[in-house]
Design a protein around this ligand. Sequence first.
Ligand code: PEP
Length: 248
Amino acid sequence: MARRRIIAGNWKMNKTPSEAVALCAELKDLVKNDAVDVVYCVPAIDIVPVAEAVKGTNVHVGAENFYIEDKGAFTGEISAPMLKDAGVEFIIIGHSERRDIFGENDILINQKVKKAFASGLKPILCCGESLALRKAGVYQEWIKRQIVWDLSDVTADQVKELVIAYEPIWAIGTGETATADQAEEVCKMIRETIAELYDADTAEAVRIQYGGSMNAGNAAELLSKPDIDGGLIGGASLKPDFGQIVNA
Ligand code: PEP
C-alpha cells in the first residue's frame, strides 16, 4: 500500500496574522501538488486568518499546541474543540521545544494524543534524541521508549491515521541534517516498533516524517527513502523553499 506523502510546515512563534496571510499568498502557487498532503502548522492567533487564506487550495491547517480539557479555568490555553471549530485538522504533539522548554512529559503527551483523536484532530507526534543520547549510542532505545509511552492506550485504527515525526534534536534549527541513511535507520526502526506494538498492517499504514533542517537541497534524498513518508519543516517552511520541498 502506497502511503501518501505529507509535508508539514512548523511555523513556530513566527508570523503575525498579517504576515501569515502574506506568506500564504507567497506560497500559494509554489505548494500546489495534489499528490501530497501539505499542512501549515501555525501559531494559534494565525489559525483563523490562515484557514481563510488557504480556503479552496490543497493546504490543510495545523496547530502547534493545545490543552487536554475542552473548556474551563485554564488561563492562556486553547482547546481541541476551539481548534476544530477554527478549521484545524492536524496538531503537533510532543515537539522537542515543548518537551524541553515547557516541560511536557510523555504522560501529558500521551493524554494529548488520545484527546486529539477523540476530538477528530490528527496528531503529528514528534520524537527524537539529543546529541548526548546519540553519542552514547542509546538513541534507538530512547525513541522506542518515547513511542511506547506516547501511544499507550492508543488503538491500531488510530495509529493508522497518525503521523510520527522523527526529529533528532541536534538537527533542529541547527543547519545540521541527519544523513538520509541516519534518518531512514530510525524511521525504519519506528515502523518496526509499531509492528511490534500493533501489527504489520498498522505499521504499513502509519506515516513517518523526518524533521531537522530539511531544505530545498536535501529534501529529495531524504524523501526517497522507503520509510520516510514526508517532512516536518521549521525554518524552510517560512520561505519559498517550502514549495521546492513539497515538489521534491
Ligand atoms: C522543527 O522544529 O520541527 C524543525 C524541523 O525545525 P528546522 O526545520 O528549522 O530544523
